[in-house]
Design a protein around this ligand. Structure first.
Ligand SMILES: Nc1ncnc2c1ncn2[C@@H]1O[C@H](COP(=O)(O)OP(=O)(O)OP(=O)(O)O)[C@@H](O)[C@H]1O
Ligand SMILES: [Mg+2]
Length: 387
């Protein structure tokens, strides 16, 4: 049978006397039937929904991505624990190395053809765990998946679920899962390690164990068709039992050369300098995350806009890149002279005396002075950096 998972959800809603759940999934079923060319059946469902005004209101809300009714809140702070959004494909740029990209597509295909896979006894639960350094695109991937599937994204910052009140964390968790189950959505547990840290951590072992157990129970109670994503920077903190619950595990790597080239191009957009040497840019940005590249591009674009220029200056892009690397390596650059000295040392070819003089609006003689022996300001820092 086609669309069995939607039909089962509608049945669940009916059995639990949960009209909004039944209506939400009936709406999704109508959408899918229409996509599959069954206009007539879709219309019949929508007409039936229209006759139940209360339920319909909720479907319309969900359609606009604003089904804020009964958003779960933390029992202690009363703050919302779930953020509802509806990312659009055109708004979500995601570039991944090709092997990782194939695995993401495999996950999407598995979600889209869940019913067929169930019928063939070959289905995996729709659960994906992403792990990798900050800024490698984990949250972006969650947005991308929701956008591709046309579903709303329910983002849970797991640290906000953790309550100081005994037992409250598990209750928060339960509410989030219940909320997610009631509507067609992608449930995304971000900063997942805040909840899923290994059992047997030093602090308050008892409560932590209860939380991990509650998490396992909640995941186990989910139907396989529910789309669950989770992301963490600290995969080594995750409990082995949690790992096992995720049928798809995705390491989010640093962008490789090809990906960096695309990212630089995308993020600079129309502001890219005409003759920008992407090869050099790619080589010199090895080891940077997509988030850092985006940041550099935004900064460079901002300065171009403020200076009334239609394009970013090539030297300015490299200058921002060089300074960002200093920041990452924690090299303190408190003066413009120190910046020049650092840039000169970082890449003598890009930062010729002439280029530095132009960028900083000083004479080449000044640059010569500060980048060589007998220099003033920058020199002290030179010693610290090389030492
Ligand atoms: N592979 C990528 N493709 C496109 N954009 C990227 C990529 N990686 C990072 N970015 C950009 O960097 C920004 C930050 O990425 P994101 O928030 O997804 O990182 P994260 O892995 O979730 O980091 P954290 O662990 O700190 O939460 C995104 O808004 C996106 O614009
Ligand atoms: Mg993130």
């Amino acid at each position: 049978m086609d669309h069995l998972s939607e039909v089962l959800k509608i049945l669940d809603g009916a059995l639990r006397a949960n009209a909004s759940m039944a209506a939400d999934y009936a709406g999704l079923l109508a959408d899918k039937l229409e996509e599959g060319g069954n206009r007539q059946q879709a219309r019949q469902i929508r007409e039936r929904l229209a006759r139940a005004p209360g339920a319909l209101a909720s479907v319309q809300d969900a359609d606009r991505g604003i089904s804020l009714n009964n958003l779960p809140v933390d029992g202690e702070s009363r703050l919302h624990t779930v953020d509802v959004s509806r990312p659009e494909p055109r708004d979500v740029v995601l570039v991944l190395p090709n092997a990782i990209e194939s695995r993401v597509h495999e996950f999407l295909a598995s979600v889209r053809h869940h019913d067929a896979l169930v019928a063939a006894n070959a289905a995996l639960p729709n659960r994906l765990l992403m792990h990798g350094l900050p800024g490698t695109g984990k949250t972006q991937l969650a947005r991308w998946v929701a956008a591709q599937l046309g579903l709303q994204l329910l983002t849970v910052r797991c640290d906000t679920l953790v309550s100081s009140l005994l037992g409250q964390t598990s209750r928060n968790l339960r509410r989030v899962f219940e909320y997610a189950e009631q509507r067609p959505s992608v449930l995304f547990l971000d900063e997942f390690d805040a909840l899923a840290s290994a059992r047997g951590n030093e602090r308050d072992v008892g409560e932590l164990q209860r939380v991990v157990i509650a998490l396992l129970q909640n995941i186990d109670a989910l139907p396989d068709s529910t789309i669950l994503l989770a992301a963490t920077n600290h995969d080594q903190l995750l409990d082995a039992a949690i790992w096992r619950r995720f049928s798809f595990r995705l390491p989010m790597p640093l962008p490789d050369d090809d990906v960096r080239e695309v990212l630089w191009g995308r993020f600079l957009g129309d502001y890219a300098p005409i003759n920008l040497d992407f090869k050099v840019l790619v080589a010199r940005s090895e080891g940077l995350t997509g988030a850092v590249i985006e940041q550099i591009c935004l900064d460079a674009k901002r300065s171009a806009v403020l200076a009334g220029k239609a394009q970013v200056d090539e030297d300015e892009v490299f200058r921002r890149l060089g300074l960002m690397l200093a920041l990452i390596e924690r090299v303190p650059l408190s003066t413009r002279d120190a910046e020049m000295a650092w840039l000169r040392r970082w890449d003598r070819k890009i930062f010729s005396l002439r280029v530095l003089a132009k960028l900083y609006g000083v004479s080449t003689r000044h640059v010569t002075n500060i980048t060589q022996e007998g220099a003033s300001d920058g020199h002290e820092e030179d010693d610290k950096q090389s030492g």
